[in-house]
Design a protein around this ligand. Structure first.
Ligand SMILES: *Cc1c(COP(=O)(O)O)cnc(C)c1O
Length: 413
């Protein structure tokens, strides 16, 4: 199976011009909207006239600028509909809460974003009696075995964080659909590279904060799915987006909208740079993990599923053995060679580095961390595209050699 090239859908999207003919859409900076006839108002509350007919009610419900950005996200993911949110967590929590009631059950990947893990492991169980079984998502038998009568969804990240395993979306979708439940995929790590819905998934969530924004200046998210599902998020009585209110500001929607057109160029640049650095590090004996490397366990699966135009993504990890050596590498890279920044998050134009076990995955219990394969010395690099490849390679190689010499890890190997 090959993923449908989602750029075709983006390229065919109707272009939204500004109010005065501007090439970019206007910002509808209003929290409330007028109607000509008072009778229109009750019709909107009854759902007879909606945003698709150009009728808007209130900014927490639908806003035209956020709606237009959402059309871009739907085109990006090849879904009927989408809606953008104030954060990735706003998108994830809303989608999950729309699918589960008290006492329901979720089957989720162990290697999910720390906030998602905490939401399912701690928050949902305590606040709503919704339980989650975390499984190694690459072990399809374990996924099948975890399904119960009460399971309402399977949840995975397209490429796991920070372990960089690729989810077998078609097979996971089969397991979900056999049980009559949706497969929800967090595609934050691989926009354009993987099109989960074309591969069988039902709902896609994004942290726009990362690659889609690309500048680490905005927190935002999106939920993509069927018309019916997106409408259900806005239900006046039980819609999580409507009632919990993780609403995207229209000014943010306008900014994000201007970044979607060059997302393809940026994803390709991240992928090209990361592959080159991963291969070179691998060649000098570093313990590199990157799904584009020939020896990565999911390289063949990734080739089967991905759109070939965008590479293998912008995140790689280097296992330095222990936290101390990992910290020494990051510190040398940042403070001696100016290779990148020690900071959480990813998808920035410059390189961001973290020691996952003690930062972005610290919400996981020690046993879930080891089950997920997150070693204490694992450095995650979200590789940027600034500078030239040769400049960046000189910095990375020098830092690695500075640290590698005499370190516990180098002695062990
Ligand atoms: C950052 C991230 C999130 C959370 O997104 P926010 O925009 O920070 O709320 C969710 N999933 C993944 C994979 C992420 O990297």
């Amino acid at each position: 199976m090959t993923g449908r090239n989602p750029i075709e859908t983006l390229a065919h999207l109707r272009h939204e011009f500004g109010e005065h003919g501007g090439v970019n859409m206007s910002i509808e900076a209003s929290s409330t909207f007028t109607v000509i006839e008072p009778g229109t108002m009750p019709e909107m509350f009854q759902g007879l006239k909606g945003h698709d007919a150009g009728c808007y009610l209130y900014g927490r419900h639908f806003n035209p600028t956020v709606y237009n950005l959402s059309l871009q996200l739907a085109a990006l993911e090849g879904t009927q509909a989408a809606y953008c949110t104030a954060s990735g967590m706003g998108a994830i929590t809303s989608a999950v809460l729309a699918l589960c009631n008290a006492d329901d059950h979720i089957v989720a990947s162990t290697a999910v974003y720390g906030g998602t893990y905490a939401f399912m492991h701690d928050f949902l169980s305590a606040k709503a009696g919704i339980s989650t079984t975390f499984v190694d998502i690459t072990d399809l038998d374990a996924v099948r075995a975890a399904m119960t009568e009460k399971t309402k969804l399977i949840y995975t990240e397209s490429v796991s964080n920070p372990t960089l395993r690729v989810a077998n979306i078609p097979k996971l979708a089969d397991i979900a659909h056999e049980a009559g439940v949706p497969l929800v995929v967090d595609n934050t790590f691989s926009p354009l590279i993987l099109s989960p819905v074309a591969l069988g998934a039902d709902i896609v969530v994004h942290s726009i904060t990362k690659f889609i924004s690309g500048m680490s200046d905005i927190i935002a998210g999106a939920v993509c799915g069927s018309n019916e599902f997106i409408e259900s998020l806005m239900d006046l009585h039980v819609g999580p987006l409507m009632l919990l209110g993780p609403t995207m500001d229209p000014k943010i929607a306008s900014k994000v909208s201007l970044r979607i057109p060059h997302l393809p160029i940026r994803m390709a640049a991240h992928g090209e740079r990361t592959l080159a650095l991963a291969e070179r590090l691998d060649d000098i004996g570093a313990k590199v993990c990157y799904p584009g490397l020939a020896h990565h366990p999911d390289r063949a699966l990734f080739d089967e599923l991905r759109c070939p135009d965008y590479g293998y993504g912008g995140v790689m990890t280097v296992d330095m053995g222990d936290e101390e050596t990992a910290n020494a590498l990051m510190s040398t890279l940042q403070n001696k060679y100016r290779f990148g920044f020690i900071a959480v998050s990813l998808g920035y134009f410059d390189t961001l580095m973290t020691c996952s076990g003690s930062s972005t995955s610290s919400e996981l219990t020690d046993s879930d961390k080891s089950m997920a394969g997150i070693s204490p010395g694992l450095v995650r690099l979200s590789v940027g595209y600034t500078g030239t490849l040769e400049q960046r390679w000189r910095q990375l190689k020098s830092a690695y050699e500075d640290i590698g010499t005499g370190s516990a890890f180098a002695r062990a190997v």
